[in-house]
Design a protein around this ligand. Structure first.
Ligand code: ATP
Length: 134
């Protein structure tokens, strides 16, 4: 569509989001980056964070977990390890994952600390993104 960007968010679990939007802000591993229509083509990696898009006067939020983004002049394809729309985030589940990760971080000899740190970051970020849906 003229003057729009097709945003697609895909994970191994399925298609999470697909729509024509006006603007995107994504959590690049080197920092947030913004995309407007006719952006120069680029390819970048993503970190755990919040993706924001604007469609007219609606702003939407998604949680994204690692992966990469492929930007062409009229499309942004996000391939993430996992992702959810803010309104689809199960906050109870994220809080349980946070508690589990915190317990694991206290038992360095028993649990992989890098894995627990990443799980904690996912859980905390999910709760923050879910707040945006309120
Ligand atoms: P958990 O320990 O609760 O499984 P996780 O961070 O290990 O959390 P992921 O590996 O990132 O989970 O995701 C596995 C699948 O579960 C994905 O489809 C993801 O979208 C979904 N998922 C994980 N946590 C939530 C949540 N709080 N709300 C909704 N979907 C979730």
């Amino acid at each position: 569509m003229e003057g729009k960007i097709r945003l697609e968010v895909v994970t191994p679990y399925g298609l999470v989001f697909s729509d024509d939007v006006d603007e995107i802000i994504a959590p690049g591993s080197e920092g947030e980056f913004g995309v407007l229509p006719n952006h120069a083509p680029m390819f970048t990696t993503l970190k755990i964070g919040m993706l924001t898009y604007r469609k007219g006067n609606h702003t939407g939020y998604l949680f994204v977990n690692w992966g990469h983004a492929e930007v062409t002049h009229d499309r942004v394809l996000i391939l993430a390890d996992s992702a959810e729309k803010a309104e689809d985030i199960d906050v109870e589940r994220a809080l349980a994952a946070k508690k589990r990760a915190e317990e694991r971080l206290k038992q360095a000899e028993k649990f992989d600390q890098a894995r627990a740190t990443a799980a904690l970051e996912r859980a905390v970020t999910r709760t923050k993104v879910a707040e945006k849906a309120k």
